[in-house]
Write a protein that binds this ligand. Structure first.
Ligand code: ZN
Ligand code: ZN
Length: 395
């Protein structure tokens, strides 16, 4: 097992070439046809069972051990972002307005590397390893589409592991969160409906703008007065639109906002709490309302045993102290859908290195990573998968 990092480093040039090729040819959510073709060809060449079209552009490869045993899924997302690449490196994006600014090109090549590493050098004695190449993480929830298409059921996946490159963590280190790893991100649309009239005769109208002002203030009573202060919740109204002229009372105002929660139970209560406040305030002022609450990605929930597996593997391969437990973030990630069905771990792979200009945050037009991290990622996922096929989840 200790040789796994050396064997992965022997594949470093190949993994780097894949990453640079994907980086030059970014594809947006559910348009990953070129990427998934390359992935499918690679898996087929390795002699794996390959299934395409799982979650539209998704690809699945299966490596079976010699005997039956626990099955783990390793996931990489493949989609890019609608961002203009501003780097000056030779492998910068060749497609205007599209860029791998979240490092999903690295995730895809790391998992291709892991597939090669495991197939060629470290075939599991028992159990199965399923390589999950997922479309559309940034938008439209590709994870959910793959689950809908039977990913977890058909391949009998008992646990999932995935990583995200992270420039805030130095190369050679990983971080993970225990329990709830990141926030659920939901969208809130409110329409406050009044009755238009002359600005000088407010008593003959119902002013949607003054009613809206009260609604916005009252919404902040939810985090501060209705919810346990130890349970984080953010309600942000990011956009408001209403009114036509200085001397006309506005008939309608539209609000657009986001609601972030860490606790899934609290998340489910949010639409009702919001409706109570919006309905009460508008009703008191003679106005009415329409409310639409759209659930986005749920929060990632990391399983304790799977977190231990990630930490233990990192410490063994990269040296004691190379893994760290950190606090959750309020960002979103659709790996969460897997963790609501099977035990899972989603951890951050350090790719930060100021000497290689790998300092810009995810989604930044200058984002880049230290490619030394690519074989490390492949070795970590491979070693975790092998370990899992030996023990599975113990209850
Ligand atoms: Zn992203
Ligand atoms: Zn991402």
């Amino acid at each position: 097992m200790e040789q796994i990092l050396d064997k992965a480093r022997a594949l470093a040039d190949e993994i780097t070439l894949w990453r640079r090729d994907f980086h030059q040819h970014p594809e947006l959510a559910f348009q990953e046809t070129r990427t998934s073709q390359i992935v499918a060809d690679h898996l087929t060449k390795l002699g794996l069972e390959v299934k395409r079209g799982v979650g539209r552009t998704g690809v699945v490869g299966v490596l079976r051990g010699s005997a039956p045993g626990p099955t783990i899924g390793l996931r990489a997302d493949m989609d890019a972002l609608p961002i203009q690449d501003q780097k000056t490196v030779p492998y910068k994006s060749g497609i205007p307005g599209k860029m791998h600014a979240c490092g999903h090109d690295a995730h895809t090549s790391i998992l291709m590397g892991a597939a090669k590493l495991l197939t060629r050098h470290f075939r599991p004695e028992q159990g199965n390893i399923v390589f999950v190449f997922q479309p559309a993480e940034e938008d439209q929830g590709g994870a959910q589409e793959m689950i809908n298409d039977g990913l977890l059921r058909d391949f009998q996946i008992e646990a999932m592991a995935g990583l995200h490159v992270f420039p805030g963590v130095p190369v050679g280190q990983i971080t993970a969160v225990r329990g709830v790893g990141c926030a659920a991100a939901d969208t809130l649309r409110i329409k406050v409906i009044g009755n238009s009239g002359h600005a000088a005769r407010p008593h003959q109208a119902i002013d949607a703008i003054t009613a809206t002002a009260e609604v916005i203030s009252a919404l902040q009573h939810i985090p501060s007065r209705f919810v346990d202060p130890l349970d984080p919740v953010v309600i942000t109204i990011g956009k408001i639109h209403g009114g036509t002229a200085s001397n006309v009372i506005a008939a309608e105002v539209e609000l657009l906002g986001t609601v972030r929660t860490l606790n899934p139970k609290l998340r489910e209560q949010m639409p009702k709490l919001i409706e109570q406040v919006v309905g009460g305030v508008t009703g008191a002022l003679g106005a009415s309302y329409e409310l639409a609450y759209e659930f986005g990605y749920p929060s990632v929930i990391n399983d304790d045993q799977m977190v231990d597996l990630a930490l233990r593997t990192a410490d063994r391969l990269l040296g004691e102290g190379s893994s760290k437990i950190v606090e959750p973030s309020m960002g979103g990630e659709d790996f969460s859908y897997y963790t609501h069905h099977v035990p899972g771990v989603f951890f951050r792979l350090g790719v930060g290195n100021p000497e290689k200009n790998a300092v810009y945050p995810l989604h930044h037009p200058m984002f880049d990573l230290d490619e030394e991290a690519l074989p490390i990622g492949a070795a970590l996922l491979s070693a975790m998968a092998l370990d899992f096929t030996k023990r599975g989840i113990t209850s």
